[in-house]
Design a protein around this ligand. Structure first.
Ligand code: SF4
Ligand code: SF4
Length: 161
């Protein structure tokens, strides 16, 4: 991934933080259920390429990245019960800075149809922002912008081939 694209996405992810609830330390403590079971990871080419670049630049575990890519190709049914390869019992996400959009938003924002996916004991559930098809762009304006970047990147990659 080219430097300018990597830097743009890094900046975008940093700017996203202003829409996120902030907590002291790790609000999930030892839960990590999202990375273990309920994060139904979906990822665009842009997010996967960004994670690849992040892993390279930060000397993260390349084999975990390859497993992660394979993990993303599995259907939710196939993934059931599996843990994301980047999940580490000691530190949580071992590729935190490169994590996907869904990793960043899940349990902070959720479609009203899926609120039952977040367990009652979830420590951050009380701050969750709920949206529906009508309020999606209002509640998560940054995702609309991100989708545009995904499309631009897809075309860019096609032109490179
Ligand atoms: S967001 Fe909630 S359910 Fe997910 S890992 Fe954290 S505490 Fe657990
Ligand atoms: S990339 Fe990190 S945050 Fe996302 S599911 Fe995997 S371990 Fe969890």
């Amino acid at each position: 991934m080219q430097d300018n694209i990597y830097d743009t996405i890094t900046q975008f992810y940093e700017n996203m933080n202003k829409y996120m609830p902030s907590y002291e330390g790790n609000p999930c403590k030892e839960c990590n259920l999202c990375c273990k079971k309920i994060a139904n990871l979906g990822a665009s080419e842009l997010e996967i390429d960004y994670m690849e670049e992040y892993v390279k630049r930060n000397n993260k575990d390349w084999n975990k990245f390859l497993k992660f890519k394979d993990f993303l190709t599995k259907s939710p049914v196939e993934k059931k019960g599996e843990t994301c390869p980047f999940f580490d019992e000691q530190i949580g996400c071992s590729a935190y800075g490169g994590r996907l959009l869904s990793c960043r938003t899940f349990a902070c924002f959720i479609n009203e149809k899926f609120t039952n996916l977040v367990p009652e004991y979830c420590l951050i559930k009380s701050n969750i922002k709920i949206y529906n098809d009508d309020t999606f762009a209002e509640v998560m304006p940054f995702v609309v912008d991100f989708y545009q970047m995904i499309e631009i990147y897809k075309k860019y990659k096609q032109e490179q081939q």
